[in-house]
Structure formats: structure tokens, C-alpha cells
Design a protein around this ligand. Structure first.
Ligand code: ATP
Length: 193
């Protein structure tokens, strides 16, 4: 089985995440997408509780027919992707794993913990977050393929240029899946909703 893993903070999940995952699924012929909310990401400070972010990720996943994986959410210590992928490889030992990331993640990949090991652990599906980012993402992917024999697929799609930060700041609500929006309102998670 070909399994795509979409990790994120999901504070909140938005159509940029969904579009990225759907493009990976379609273009790489993935059998399923697993959404992996981070509890306490080492590189980000989040004001929204892990429980609310997990719940929003679960709602978005259900709406789009994705599965939810709670291994990072249930871990108390900060999770590093390299450790998580190692664990997922054991959990889904018969599957081929594709870690799905946005272009920004590809461009700062060398800052990731144990990135040289991580790059060899699974395949990667990368989607640029903006049209301007496309060339840089292609270049970074080529370098990683040539230097590390990495398996990286750059997705071909027009990105939804949205971020959770913009949504939290109230700049846009349209990019939030309907049921997630209801959850945000009910739980008064962000100002202006
Ligand atoms: P924040 O604004 O809080 O930093 P974010 O919008 O970047 O959040 P994350 O949950 O951190 O969302 O992202 C999870 C993954 O989805 C990352 O690999 C990120 O690059 C990717 N991603 C996020 N938004 C988009 C988008 N609009 N298009 C493509 N990929 C995206």
C-alpha cells in the first residue's frame, strides 16, 4: 500500500493542507493519506492546545476521507520527524511511505533534526506554497536527489497561498474547511471568528 503522511501543527488546518495532500494522492497514486498532528513541535510555539489542534485535524481528515495518526499527539516530549518516521515505518511495515511537505519545509530541510538520515528513510512529496517558490523547490529537490539519492516528487499544482498564521490573524476564513470553522467558533479558538 502507498501511504502519504501529512504532518503539521494544524493551528488550524486549511485548504492549503488539503490541496497539497489531494495533489500527492492523485499524482503519486497513493492509497491513503494519514494526517499526523504534532503535539509540541520543537520548532514552533503554539498558543492553541494540542487537544484542539488534534480535534481540528481529525475533523478535516474525516471530511476529506483521510486517516488520523496520534503518535506525535500522544507523545509527551517534542517530536522530531526522523523519530516519527522511524516509528511509522514499524507501524506500517508493509507500506511504502511518502512524507508530504510544503515547499517551505523542503527549503529549510537541512535545519531538520537528523535530516541526512531522514532523507533516506522514506519518499517525499513536495508542493510549493507559492508559484514563485516552484523553481527553488525544484532546485532543492534536484540537489537532494543527486547528492543523497533521495526519492523526492515535486507535485504539479497551483497552490492555495494560505497559512495558518494568516487565518489565526483573522485575514481569511474562506480557506478553513466548513466543519473546522464550526469547531473554531464553538470553542472560541481565535479572535474575530
Ligand atoms: P503556520 O502558519 O502556523 O506556520 P502552516 O500554514 O505552515 O502553519 P503547518 O501545519 O505548519 O501549516 O503545515 C504543515 C505542512 O503543510 C508543512 O509541510 C507545510 O509546508 C505544508 N503547508 C502548509 N500550508 C501550505 C500551503 N498553503 N500549500 C502547500 N503546503 C502547505
Amino acid at each position: 500500500m502507498k501511504t502519504g503522511i501529512l504532518g503539521g501543527t494544524f493551528d488550524p488546518p486549511h485548504m492549503g493542507h488539503i490541496k497539497l495532500a489531494l495533489a500527492a494522492k492523485e499524482q503519486l497514486g497513493l492509497d491513503r493519506i494519514i494526517v499526523l498532528p504534532a503535539a509540541n513541535p520543537p520548532h514552533k510555539k503554539s498558543m492553541t492546545s494540542p487537544r484542539h489542534r488534534r480535534n481540528m485535524a481529525a475533523i478535516a481528515a474525516r471530511q476529506y476521507g483521510f486517516e488520523l495518526c496520534e503518535i506525535e499527539y500522544l507523545r509527551e516530549k517534542p517530536s522530531y520527524t526522523a523519530d516519527t518516521i522511524a516509528e511509522l515505518k514499524k507501524l506500517y511495515k508493509d507500506d511504502k511511505l511518502y512524507f508530504i511537505i510544503g515547499g517551505d519545509s523542503m527549503l529549510d530541510f537541512e535545519d531538520w533534526y537528523k535530516w541526512r538520515e531522514l532523507i533516506k528513510m522514506c519518499a517525499f512529496a513536495v508542493g510549493a506554497r507559492t508559484m514563485e517558490q516552484k523553481k527553488a523547490v525544484e532546485k532543492a529537490a534536484n540537489e537532494k536527489r543527486e547528492c543523497f539519492d533521495a526519492e523526492i516528487y515535486v507535485l504539479d499544482f497551483t497552490p492555495d497561498e494560505v497559512s495558518s498564521t494568516e487565518i489565526r490573524g483573522g485575514a481569511t476564513k474562506e480557506a478553513v474547511p466548513e466543519k473546522v470553522l464550526e469547531y473554531i467558533k464553538k470553542n472560541k479558538l481565535y479572535q474575530g471568528f
